[in-house]
Write a protein of this length. Sequence first.
Lengths: 397, 139, 226
Amino acid sequence: MNLTRLALRNIAGNSFRSWVVILCAMLVAGLALATTLVIRGAENSLNLAINRLGADIIVVPEGSETKVEGALLMSTPANVWMPDSVVAKIANVPGVGVVSPQLYLSSMENSPCCSVSNMFLVAYDPTTDFTVEPWLKQKIGSGLNLGESVGGTYVFVPEGEQAIKLYGYYLTLKANIEPTGTGLDQSLFMTFDTASDMARISKTMAVESLIIPENSISAALVRVSPGVNIHDVAVEIFREVPGVLPIESLNMFQAYRQQMNGLLRSNLIILTITWALSVLLIGLVFSMAANERRRELGVLRAMGATRVFVLRSLLMEAGILAVGGGGIGLILTGLVILLFRNLIVQSLGLPFLLPSIPSLITQAAGGLGLAILSVTLAALIPAYRISHTEPAVAMRE
Amino acid sequence: MKYIGILIIVLALVIGILPQFTDCQSQGRAITTADGKTVPMKCHWTAVAELILAVPLAAIGGMLFFSKRRETRLALSGLGALIGVFVVLIPTTLIGVCASNMMLCNNLMMPTLVLTGILVVAAGLVNGFLAYRSNETMA
Amino acid sequence: MIQLDNIHRTYILNKDSVVEAVKGVNLIIENGDYIIITGRSGSGKTTLLNLTAGLTRPTSGRVILDGVDLWTLSDRQQSRLRSQKLGFIFQFPSLLPTLNVLENVVLPVIFNDKSDRMAAFERANELLKLVGLESKKDSYPRQLSAGQQQRVVISRALMNQPEILLADEPTSDLDERTEHEIVELISKIHCEKGITIVMVTHTTKLASYGTKAIEMVEGMIKNSSV
């Protein structure tokens, strides 16, 4: 017979009250974890997407910033064009190291080729590209040849097939890039030559032709020369090349960042309200429990329990309920976010990537810590009061 | 322990009903074969299988609510947990759903079935543990 | 030995209402005494018992237990003293409902740092045998009659081998036959173990069980007889 056993018996003996405290702890821990997971997940995704692009500046047609960001982050179709002559103009801007043009195309809806119905096609120039080709050479030892492609994590060759069929054209899938939680996971990368070949074949072999406007590109990725200020180069590009908008990678996805901040703010408000209400409710529950059990606690004091013992006994009950409830809340939240990740991404309109295990453990520990703190804090006042009541007064009817 | 029976009934209702409204058939989608016939996609068969599982699961929940004998409750809990395992396996391994993550069967039906299946297994295990520990017939 | 030295206990209910529950009581309880305190409801007998045990602080006066003024001790020291020297039998059902009979009897052991916890369950079984309830050790308080519960309380009170047993109207909720059984049991414990007993009761006929009888009237000792 010891303090822990006594606490466990008391918890089991008052199941309704115990469940109220457990539910409050579940809510607090679960909401805290959900908030950090979604916001951090979105932040990680955005940063990964920027890293994956590999560019210091991305130059897009003026007015198309939102479309391009939407395509990169959420794989929403973006048909944006600018003349390919801007590439040479950008290359002449002082401070520009490398310029690599890209074409953004989209696949037909419900393509059987992939685990996604809407795919974002990115065609690049292998001679100037500084992201896909180097990565490919590292991964498979060579770049892409005609008819070959690299896919995002959700792209795969359909069962029973040898290649991906798009617009009547067969594409070999050479490799898949690591998940980013963004639209890049639903992207297919190919060279300009392959894209042109596909467009040509599609005229006769596809239900719908792939149209690539002549002498056009969708974006130009820029890497500045070493030691050069990125912002200065961006300003120069804006000044010297008309009709384009240079976006510094650090400033990319501003609309989404604002959305994230808005989401964070509302989540924090909800979390704060939930926390406050939970603390009040738990305080009430423990007040009721302490009052109902005051005779019992008076008897314990008479038998030789110190004030500290009575206080510890009640706080031990609170702690056990907090850990139990918090633990359940964390597991359920983790499960829900893991299972419903795609639905969350679509509903929020924000990319989202699950964190690494160490990061997940840290966030979960934070949620559990908050639950334990809340419950213990709420139980502290009634526990202190009853522990400092004279035994004779406590036992009085 | 009675309340676990009610929980299992509620979960069984979700398992049986939700897939009927979230498979591709209910969204007006089907596979058209070369000869022009339409056949249901595998998410439809998952929905049918889950409905078949939901019925005995609901019955188990009801029996748990009324049952007093320790041995009966143990057996029902074990059976419930086993059904829960199949609720999870059907959309993930045994039959499956559509691969595209834009489809409702993939991003809503399957995760819901996996979650409810896990909850059924947990409920069965907890109830079984409580029944095992009890040394008296419930009043 | 317990000495109550000019003890007063006053309760202030509100600014217009002051109750002097115990007024200037002097009492010496010798080792081996069996004192019965009688009196009407509100005479201050329960308050006197609580003061004796250190369960309530006197407004003035001293409570000296084995030469030590109780109220010069810290809470920890007082609690330790209570766990080692005192045993309690209360008027109300005082068993913890979430513990079974054996666990209730063993409970005082966790407050007595001198006791051997390993031997505790063995001792508890012996005590239950003493009161005739060893077959009920796995039962819960709700499964016992009032008389059976009081017998378990007596076992619990003896768990730490106290020098003094304090009983506050232990038979008030019991029928006459059960009351007789409980009082006989307490007397038997006094005879066999030589424990000092202080029992409060409003039933004057029980006064004959003790070696000393004290009558409380309006917070003061009116009569004291051997």
